[in-house]
Ligand binder design. Structure first.
Ligand code: GLP
Length: 261
C-alpha cells in the first residue's frame, strides 16, 4: 500500500483528479470504478474543470460501488442522481456508458449478478476510486462483511446512517440498506485509489494501514491488493504511527525520479 499524505482536502482532490486525468489521457477507453459520499466531490469538480479544458472523457465506462436499496434512480438522494449531477452530465460522460446498481430491483440476486457480469464484459475495472467510512467500510461493506464477498444487499450500520444523515436532513430519512460491490469485487480492480479527508477518518485510516486484516474493518482487505494508493490530508493521517516513513518515501520517490503519480 502506498501512503501519500498531503496538506488538505484541496490537495487530495488535486492529486486524485490529476491521476485520473492522466489515466484517461493514456487509456481513453478506461473502465473506472467510482465512489460517492462527500470525499470525492472535489475530485469530481476538478475532473469536470479538466474536461471543460479539453480532457476527453467521452469513451470511458464507469461502474459505481453502490446504491441505496428501494431508492429510485430519479430521486435526488440516489447515488445515480449524485453521479449524474457531480460528474457524468457536467463532464460529458455518455450516460449509456455509466452503470449504477438499480436500487428498485425486485430481483436482488439477479441485479447483483448482472452487475458483476457487466463488469466482466467490460474487461474488469482498471481503476477503482474509494472513500472510507468511519467504521472502516469500503462501498457499503460494513463490519462483519466477508472479505470474499461479491455484489449483494447489505444492511447499513447505524454509525454510517448517522454520518449520511446530513445529506438527507435527518437519520430517519437515510435508507437502512443498500446494494454494494463486495470486497472481493473491489479487490479485482487493477488499481485502487482510496481518499480520506478529516480527523473523523483518522482511526479508520490507521486501522486500514497499520492494523491487522479483519472483516471488522473491511478496508484492511486492501492490504492484500498489490496496487493500492491511499491519499489523505494531515487530519486523516494523524493516528498513523509510521507517518514519517510514509512522508520520506514520497520525498525519495521524487528524488529518484520515480514520479509523484
Ligand atoms: C458511504 C459510501 C462509501 C463512502 C462513505 C464515506 O458509506 N457508501 O462509499 O466512502 O460513505 O463517505 P464520506 O466521503 O461522505 O465521508
Amino acid at each position: 500500500m502506498r501512503v501519500v499524505i498531503v496538506e488538505d482536502a484541496e490537495q487530495v482532490a488535486e492529486w486524485a483528479s490529476a491521476r485520473i486525468a492522466e489515466l484517461v489521457t493514456r487509456q481513453p477507453k478506461v473502465v473506472l470504478g467510482l465512489a460517492t459520499g462527500g470525499t470525492p466531490v472535489q475530485t469530481y469538480r476538478k475532473l469536470v474543470e479538466r474536461s471543460r479544458a479539453g480532457l476527453d472523457v467521452s469513451q470511458v465506462t464507469t461502474f459505481n460501488l453502490d446504491e441505496y436499496f428501494r431508492v429510485a434512480a430519479t430521486e435526488p438522494h440516489s447515488y445515480r442522481s449524485f453521479m449524474n449531477e457531480h460528474l457524468f452530465i457536467p463532464a460529458g460522460i455518455p450516460l449509456a456508458q455509466t452503470h449504477v446498481l438499480d436500487g428498485m430491483t425486485t430481483d436482488v440476486g439477479g441485479e447483483c449478478r448482472s452487475f458483476e457480469a457487466k463488469i466482466q464484459r467490460a474487461g474488469g475495472i482498471d481503476f477503482q476510486l474509494l472513500g472510507i467510512g468511519r467504521d472502516g467500510h469500503i462501498g457499503f461493506n460494513e463490519p462483519g462483511s466477508s472479505l470474499s464477498s461479491r455484489t449483494r444487499w447489505m444492511l447499513i450500520a447505524e454509525e454510517t446512517r448517522e454520518d449520511n444523515a446530513v445529506y438527507f436532513g435527518g437519520i430517519d430519512r437515510v435508507p437502512c440498506s443498500a446494494l454494494t460491490m463486495g470486497v472481493a469485487t473491489i479487490l479485482e480492480s487493477r488499481q485502487i485509489l482510496l481518499l480520506a479527508v478529516g480527523a473523523k477518518k483518522a482511526d479508520a485510516v490507521a486501522a486500514m494501514i497499520e492494523g491487522p486484516v479483519t472483516n471488522q474493518v473491511t478496508a484492511t482487505a486492501l492490504q492484500h491488493h498489490s496496487n493500492t494508493i491511499v491519499v489523505m490530508d494531515q487530519d486523516a493521517a494523524k493516528k498513523l504511527t509510521r507517518r514519517r516513513y510514509y512522508q520520506e518515501s514520497e520525498v525519495r520517490r521524487v528524488e529518484f525520479g520515480l514520479g509523484s503519480y
